[in-house]
Write a protein that binds this ligand. Structure first.
Ligand code: GCB
Length: 666
């Protein structure tokens, strides 16, 4: 190569590296408050869920409602409204394609009464469980709060905006547009159609961009000076017999600003049976710890006969002279997490994850919180013997996190970064903010055992290294008690992010996206890829996604892609690989894609959505569910000596011990 060309190449490389370094690790705004709304002696909670009024804006004129001040009066005075349930995604509620595929802003409003009593000696807060993607909120025509980012809660004080003993109006504008600097990213373009031009939202992620007020809206009261934040960290003695609950409390209110140390907290910890097991009085910094003798640790499902054991922590905030200000209660599970380059341990015991990637998704309600569906899903998780799931590809409802705590289901808690590419400063700041909001919301859940900082980011790109170094280290600075992972799909040789993670997760679809239909090209490839990841980074490895689209009711023998037989056989070929890998201690988990069928954008590769579910969208098992159930319980039996359900194997024939299928086979 001539010298001038060589210098040019070197110059180009330096320029690229410099550009990569231009991403700065800036400080971001931190969340305050946001404790889950709970009633107590000092607090009242009221849900504003129900049927709201709804308007879809003109796509070509998304800011019309702001310019025309639709929030100043009832929406129905500005535009014809339709009824819209809250919580729910709005997309599938009507029969109109225009609403299903709408891009841009929509409006909601409703009226509500605030009791006269709320106007005295207390403060009132408005809290949204989540609105996707961006929300603007007015109370009685006055701006209350604005929040960007789906799947995460936000709240504001509305004491001064409310009319007490009178009717009030809440108005919400929600914008679902995703661009290159939103999390997740998308693209908006104008495309010619038969009527002229239309606006198209495109995105690379594989789930429908459901939007609207997805989770509950609450009004709640607090005293003037109140418990604003609680952070819990737990520990166990080496023999798991003595537990410690370290707490730190933050207070909001005038009394907190007085530098006279008059505030303190009394904490009481109750067992599940309601017996007081520990108590403490905080110092004036509202920090301290509780010691629990003969502790019952929090264990994952099937790892212990009494999984998901939770204590109740009662926190009472006092001012001088024993004046009780506020009471807040929360569930606490005591457990330890540790990890090294071969394993992940809970309470000192190595964990093998057997679970799912999931979605919050259902017919009609989309991503709207639905308690019936959530309860059914947890029953199915337990029926199938899973001990974990990843909240692919965004934070799930707070109610489901509480369920996971109670049932001992381990959560890999994922932020909304999916298919991230074109790394830039604005994106980095928002990505970090999504993790800050997530860690703040979920840090006290014993079920959360790992943070997932992204799904399938384009980690082969040049500045992925710097970008993920910042994201991973930032997450670690927020919580050093849990390991960090990301689900990666680039080949291990191209990846630049893994070195910043604690645990490597990879997604791969052998016999589906590669070598379609070839069941003989699965097992060795999975072994090779997992081994390559471990070899490159010397860290524990999880297969975070594998699977095959399966049309319920399609049966083909010999098995053929899309049939129920094929899904079962793809799983089985993976099981062989997982068992070979399990003998290498660093392989620590298998997650099927997906728990249930779910809706996606329209595509010729998707028949009514992604059909890789082990359960149908109506939450009924496909054939592979029964196979997976036998494996998950077999693993639980082998590793943790769990009991097997009596209906795990169906009676076949009394023809002697050679063909007997029961627990003695496992
Ligand atoms: C993936 C993605 C997931 C998709 C899945 C699929 O790798 O992480 O979001 O749904 O593949 O089925 O294509």
């Amino acid at each position: 190569m001539p010298l001038s060309l060589f210098l040019l190449v070197i110059g180009f490389c330096i320029l690229n590296i410099t550009l990569a370094l231009i991403i700065l690790n800036k400080d971001i705004e931190t969340t305050r408050g946001m404790l889950y709304p709970r009633e107590s002696e000092t607090r009242e909670v009221r849900a504003l869920d129900g049927i709201w009024n709804f308007v879809r804006s003109d796509e070509a004129n998304p800011t019309q409602g702001i310019r025309d001040g639709w929030f100043n009066d009832d929406l129905s005075k500005s535009m014809p409204t339709i009824p819209m349930p809250v919580p729910a995604s709005y997309n599938d509620i009507t029969t109109e394609q225009a609403l299903r595929d709408h891009v841009g802003t929509v409006w909601y409003d409703r009226k509500f009464f605030v009791p006269r009593s709320w106007g005295q000696h207390q403060r009132v807060w408005l809290r949204f469980g989540s609105v996707h993607y961006e929300a603007f909120v007015w109370i009685n025509g006055q701006s209350a709060i604005k929040h960007e980012m789906g799947h995460l809660p936000f709240e504001t004080e509305v004491t001064h905006l409310l009319k007490y003993g009178a009717e009030n109006r809440i108005t919400v504008m929600c914008d679902n547009a995703l661009i290159q600097t939103t999390v997740p990213q998308g693209k908006i373009s104008e495309v010619a159609n038969d009527q002229g031009v239309t606006i198209i939202q495109s995105y690379t992620f594989d789930f429908f961009n459901y939007a609207g007020i997805h989770r509950s809206v609450h009004l709640y009261t607090t005293p003037k000076t109140f418990i604003e934040e609680v952070e819990i960290k737990t520990n166990l003695s080496e023999d798991n017999s003595v537990g410690t609950v370290n707490y730190s409390i933050a207070v909001n209110g005038t009394a907190a600003n007085e530098a006279d140390n008059t505030l303190y907290a009394r904490l009481q910890l109750y067992s599940r049976e309601g017996i007081l097991v520990a108590n403490a009085t905080s110092d004036s910094k509202l920090l301290g710890s509780l010691k629990v003798e003969n502790v019952k640790p929090w264990w994952p499902y099937l790892m212990h006969p009494d999984p998901g054991y939770l204590y109740e922590l009662e926190i009472k905030l006092y001012a001088a002279k024993e004046q009780l200000l506020d009471v807040y209660r929360l569930s606490v599970g005591l457990r330890t997490l540790s990890w090294n380059n071969t394993s992940f341990l809970i309470n000192g015991k190595p964990v093998y994850f057997r679970g799912f990637g999931r979605h919050e998704d259902a017919d009609v309600r989309g991503k709207g919180l639905d308690n019936a569906l959530m309860t059914r899903d947890f029953n199915l998780l337990k029926w199938i013997g899973a001990n974990a799931y990843r909240t692919s590809h965004y934070p799930y409802s707070e109610e489901s996190m509480q369920f996971a705590d109670q049932h001992g289901i381990m959560i890999i808690d994922e932020c909304p970064s999916v298919d991230t590419e074109n790394f830039n400063q604005v994106l980095l700041d928002k990505h970090k903010s999504s993790l800050e909001q997530l860690v703040h919301r979920d840090r006290n859940h014993p079920s959360v055992v790992m943070w997932s900082i992204a799904n399938e980011p384009r980690t082969g790109q040049l500045n992925a290294d710097t970008y993920f170094q910042f994201v991973a280290n930032f997450t670690r600075s927020l919580d050093s008690t849990r390991p960090i992972t990301a689900a990666i799909a680039v080949p291990s040789k191209d990846d630049k992010a893994g070195r910043h993670l604690d645990i490597i997760s990879f997604n791969r679809y052998n016999a589906w996206y590669s070598n379609t239909g070839r069941l003989d090209m699965v097992t060795q490839r999975v072994i090779n890829e997992a081994t390559a990841w471990n070899y490159k980074y010397d860290k524990p490895v999880i297969m975070a996604e594998y699977g095959a689209d399966t049309l319920e009711g399609l049966h083909l023998q010999p098995s053929y892609v899309w049939s129920e037989e094929f899904q079962a056989e793809v799983f089985s070929q993976h099981f062989k690989a997982f068992d070979a890998l399990r003998r290498q201690k660093w392989f620590i988990g298998e997650f099927v894609w997906n728990f249930a069928d779910f809706k996606t954008a329209q595509s010729y590769t998707r028949v009514g959505g992604n059909k890789k579910g082990v359960f149908t969208r109506a939450r009924q098992p496909k054939a592979a569910a029964h196979l997976l159930r036998q494996r998950y319980f077999a693993l639980g039996r082998e590793m943790d000596k769990c009991n097997l359900p009596s209906d795990l194997f169906t009676y076949i024939a009394d023809v002697g011990s050679n063909v007997q299928h029961d627990s003695s086979d496992l």
